[in-house]
Design a protein around this ligand. Structure first.
Ligand code: MSP
Length: 476
């Protein structure tokens, strides 16, 4: 039994959850459920990132007090996580008092790597990120992700001396001590690190009032990313508590757009605090619609709650964990979703369960375990899960489901029922159902609700009753 710590990025509360937010949660949840199944002790963090100008401006636009606004949206993220059947053990809000106080302690511990200097340059409020002149020029003054002009900043800030840590971080990533996935992103990060400048880690309080105050300097507020990144350890109680049971994290899940913060500022902070680096940083791609970014102006935004309300959470999890590649950008379109629902979930799996349950019921089969296959011994599955290739692991499970369908067609148990002995019929159906139960065990981290139903239908030592409604009824 190991102690495992899994984290997700914490979304800004400047809006409500959208489909893209699902990915961090679902990937982390699969890894969480997988480790629970292996018998590990797991802590799984999630939460909301509530400070910064982006949130402050949106609260102002909506005419609400920023605290109320942040609370209301944080609650929506919490509800969304629960709709996804994702079950973090810890949920942190960066406006929690303990978090804010701990961030100030962290700042004090980093003080010897911090200096004050003036900043003249550009900032994107959408990314909450400082950008170089070169980057601004390359993008013609407009942030490509947010389609907003960069703001010109000229102010006194505190800086974190990245140069104190740069070589160590590069070495950790190159030597594999700090694994960054996938490999092409790891290489991108190494390129960025070569020229990484010191980073500004505060803003004057007059430009940014909504944030954690810098200790012993009322005129400055912490840069939102310092506050946000700290959440991964403040949620464990750092620096009040010894966190060595769960830190370093086993896996930190983040989107590709925020990987740079996790491979430059975050490791620098950890090294400055004398804490070990995470065991893996796993970055996922983005969800697109017909190859394009989802945006309100293009009218191609898909509301995740609409998908779930119409077709169920299991179908949602299925599409996003199997058809959205774990590491690269992938498409959600209604056509693809419908195809996956009808051909794969309803046909491959739903029908298989119905057919086997009906055959077993007609032939009075009471299941006996006829194999001692265990998830722990499934080398291919475990290798894929440990290397975070979740969509490939899901394909592997699905191949097993399809193989059982082929086996039924080949063995034709309905013919055997007419011509064979009772024993032959039992052996045939018992083997097929055992195969299904094994595939079902592998399926559980991905589709926990479906797996539970299948386990109930084919319970051992009990008469099988076929479900009255199919597992995946027609919903299109
Ligand atoms: N608040 C920061 C994260 C701080 S972590 C210490 C932030 N928030 S965010 O709301 O913009 O994004 C939250 C997560 O959602 C990130 O991992 C981001 O990559 C992910 N996604 C946002 N849009 C996405 C898609 N369209 N597709 C997939 N993931 C996307 O960044």
């Amino acid at each position: 039994m190991s102690k495992i710590y899994i984290t997700t990025a914490i979304p800004y509360v400047n809006g409500t959850p959208h489909i893209g937010h699902s990915i961090d949660y679902l990937l982390a949840d699969v890894f969480y459920r997988y480790h629970i199944k292996l018998g590990d002790e797991v802590r799984f963090q999630s939460g909301t990132d509530e400070h910064g100008n982006k949130v402050f401006s949106k609260a102002k636009d909506s005419g609400m007090d920023v605290r109320d606004y942040a609370k209301q949206n944080s609650q929506k993220f919490k509800e969304f996580i629960s709709i996804l059947e994702v079950k973090p053990t810890d949920f942190i809000r960066t406006t929690d008092e303990d978090h804010e106080r701990r961030c100030q302690e962290i700042w004090k511990k980093l003080e010897k790597h911090i200096y004050k200097s003036s900043y003249e340059g550009w900032y994107c409020e959408g990314c909450e990120n400082f950008v170089t002149q070169k980057e601004r020029d390359e993008n013609n003054g407009i942030c490509p992700d947010h389609q907003k002009a960069y703001q010109k900043l000229s102010e006194e800030n505190y800086y974190l001396r990245i140069s104190d840590f740069k070589d160590k971080i590069i070495d950790a990533i190159e030597s594999g001590k700090l694994p960054v996935l996938p490999d092409f992103r790891r290489r991108e990060m190494l390129e960025l690190l070569k020229d990484a400048p010191d980073v500004s880690i505060s803003r004057p309080a007059k430009s940014l009032s909504w944030g954690v105050p810098v200790p012993n300097d009322d005129s400055q507020v912490m840069y939102v990313w310092i506050d946000a990144l700290s959440n991964y350890i403040t949620v464990l109680g750092y620096p009040d508590n010894d966190i060595s049971d769960y830190w370093p994290a086993t896996a930190q899940f983040v989107g590709k757009d925020i990987l740079r913060f996790h491979t430059i500022i975050w490791p620098a902070m950890l090294l400055g605090l004398g804490l070990p680096l995470p065991k893996t940083i796993c970055s996922h791609g983005h969800i697109l619609s017909n190859g394009q970014k989802m945006s309100k102006s293009l009218g191609n935004v898909v509301d995740p709650v609409e998908v779930i309300n119409k077709h169920g959470i299991e179908a949602f999890r299925y599409y996003f964990l199997r058809h959205i590649d774990t590491f690269v950008d992938s498409d959600f379109t209604w056509d693809k979703f419908e195809g996956a629902y009808n051909n794969e979930l309803a046909n491959d799996l739903g029908n298989l369960v119905q057919r086997l349950a009906t055959l077993a019921s007609k032939n009075n089969i009471v299941i006996e375990l006829n194999q001692n296959k265990s998830i722990k011994k499934d080398k291919e599955y475990n290798e894929l899960m440990h290397s975070f290739e979740f969509s490939k692991a899901f394909n592997y499970v699905w191949e097993k489901v399809q193989q059982i369908n082929k086996d039924i067609d080949e063995k034709k148990p309905w013919e055997l029922a007419k011509s064979g002995t009772k024993e032959e019929v039992f052996d045939c159906l018992n083997t097929l159902i055992n195969d299904l139960l094994y595939a079902n065990a592998l399926l559980e981290p991905f589709l926990p609700g479906t797996a539970e139903k299948i386990t109930e239908i084919f319970a051992l030592n009990k008469k099988i009753i076929p479900p009255k409604t199919p597992l995946f009824p027609k919903s299109f």
